[in-house]
Design a protein around this ligand. Structure first.
Ligand code: BTN
Length: 339
């Protein structure tokens, strides 16, 4: 079993003072702030400020000036820095504890360790880059540096594990609604939660949890969204896309993430208050896969074609088989459009 990580300072998290430096520059975007003032405010030497400025530049943050004249930022940086996020997430459980990494293996792996170590509901883990991003069914998730959103959220819902698929749908509709605001053509959701544009995938969700038969201890919802990738690497280019590839322009990851976490808060509360029904209704409104879609289902045991026939109350997909063997309840497996 992996060693537990402590909650206070996780190895590799972004130094809080870099976070403070970013926030200071972002909040004074139009004025020049002297190296000495920055050093004093965040409690480091001027040399250290200079080294961190260089690090930020290497990440694409456009900082003008130098130690003697002072620095200013050309535009608010698109780094998912906790201090830039917390006040925008005020009133949600996601504002309280945000861990940020420039590089990590997988935000889901970190969040699962945090879950085990007792981290509170709403803990968020973010990375600019993942070296071992994980997808569903043991696949990997390509996580180019500062191009996408790589986010895991720790939830402690008082629900039986049978309702966990609905949690995945909650995250799916939240991510879809958040992304839709940045898109000309409305995105689709391929059950359970692949985000689709122009028949290609631009986002996915990996839900992992620790549960007993009657209760969920904690669940980690890992959300990956391709935002500013200018091209997808082979062999993904035929099946994957990004918001930038679709629109031809770049998008603010920070704003998208804020919308995503706010929507997640809203749908999650709706689910707890009213059960699965409103989530299933929303899924039916926004997913062409809800009903009447010709699909090929591939599970570990078999592959068959059929037509979708709605979801059951726990979020499981119903598919009427073409081979006359009735309606199948699809709990897991790959769903592809069948022509
Ligand atoms: C899928 O296969 O569609 C799910 C992809 C989930 C990717 C995200 S990126 C953030 C989080 N950390 C991971 O290692 N995976 C999820």
């Amino acid at each position: 079993m992996a060693t537990k990580r402590t909650l206070a300072e996780l190895p590799g998290t972004t130094d809080r003072r870099i976070d403070a430096l970013l926030t200071l520059l972002a909040e004074n975007a139009t004025i020049v702030v002297s190296g000495a003032k920055i050093a004093k405010e965040i409690g480091v030497s001027r040399q250290q400020v200079w080294r961190w400025i260089e690090k930020l530049r290497a990440l694409g943050v456009r900082v003008k000036g130098h130690a003697h004249t002072g620095y200013h930022i050309e535009r608010v940086p698109d780094i998912l820095a906790p201090q830039l996020l917390t006040h925008r997430l005020y009133g949600t459980p996601f504002a309280r504890r945000i861990y940020h990494f420039f590089t990590i293996d997988s935000t889901n792996t970190v969040a699962m360790h945090l879950g085990e170590a007792g981290a509170p509901h709403g803990t968020v883990v973010l990375a600019e880059e993942q070296t071992a991003g994980r997808g569903r069914a043991g696949r990997s998730w390509t996580s180019e540096k500062s191009a996408g959103i790589y986010c895991s959220v720790l939830l402690r819902p008082a629900i039986p594990p049978a309702y966990a698929p609905v949690l995945t749908l909650v995250a799916g509709v939240a991510a879809r609604d958040a992304a839709a605001e940045d898109m000309d053509a409305l995105p689709d959701i391929r059950w359970p939660n692949d985000l689709i544009a122009s028949s290609k995938k631009f986002g996915g969700i990996l839900t992992e949890m620790r549960a007993e038969p009657d209760r969920v201890h904690y669940a980690v919802i890992g959300i990956g969204i391709n935002v500013n990738q200018t091209k997808m690497p082979e062999p993904l280019s035929g099946i994957a896309t990004s918001l930038r590839i679709e629109s031809g322009k770049s998008h603010s990851r920070l704003e998208l993430l804020i919308r995503l976490l706010r929507q997640l808060d809203r749908y999650y509360n709706e689910f707890l208050a009213e059960g699965a029904a409103p989530i299933l209704r929303r899924f039916a409104q926004v997913s062409s896969y809800f009903k009447g879609k010709r699909v090929r289902i591939t599970t570990t045991g078999e592959s068959f074609t059929g037509a979708t026939a709605g979801l059951d109350p726990s979020g499981v997909l119903r598919v009427v088989r073409d081979d006359g063997r009735g309606t199948e309840l699809v709990l897991a497996g790959d769903v592809a459009e069948a022509l």
